[in-house]
Design a protein. Structure first.
Length: 170
């Protein structure tokens, strides 16, 4: 059995709950499907490149920091929006693989500096080049004008979600 289309889902809800607003289904349902397909594609691409998404996140965060490609574990946690425990595990795995090295940080007594090694720098450079080239191929069939429109529309939806997520002012 095939997955129902957004139209079929909206029609079914109109039948079951007449008058319920279903316009969002035509936008959000395909976005959910697209997000899943893109995540699956990225996982397959990264597996082919020998890097998992968590490692990509850690190494990319360090590489984007610029020279000397070093951040404290706290800075990494803030920039990745991942828990400190998860970051600690990622750093340990990356250190075991020879991608990063840890040392005491000048930021404070308990602070730990995490720095990309030459090997980590090489791995993230190669991975990001190949990943972004692959993802560029995915969007090439969409005109530049349509891509810009899509970026603008997604930004507007993201802004609305951010507003809804803000804590209520008292």
């Amino acid at each position: 059995m095939e997955r129902p289309t957004a139209r079929e889902i909206a029609d079914a809800w109109q039948r079951e709950l007449p008058g319920v607003p279903t316009e969002s289904i035509h936008l959000i349902t395909p976005l959910w499907g697209l997000a899943k397909a893109l995540a699956d594609d990225r996982r397959r691409t990264l597996a082919r490149l020998g890097v998992d998404p968590a490692m990509l996140d850690l190494l990319s965060t360090l590489r984007r920091a610029g020279p000397p490609y070093e951040l404290t574990s706290r800075q990494i946690t803030e920039r990745t929006l991942v828990t400190a425990g998860a970051i600690s595990q990622r750093i340990a795995r990356a250190e075991s693989a020879g991608y990063v090295m840890r040392s005491p940080s000048s930021a404070g007594r308990k602070a730990v500096a995490v720095r990309l090694t030459r090997r980590g720098h090489s791995v993230i450079g190669r991975t990001v080049r190949e990943l972004l080239a692959h993802e560029q191929e995915l969007v090439e069939t969409i005109s530049i004008k349509d891509r810009r429109t899509f970026v603008r529309l997604v930004a507007a939806l993201s802004l609305q979600l951010d507003r809804l997520a803000e804590p209520m002012s008292s």
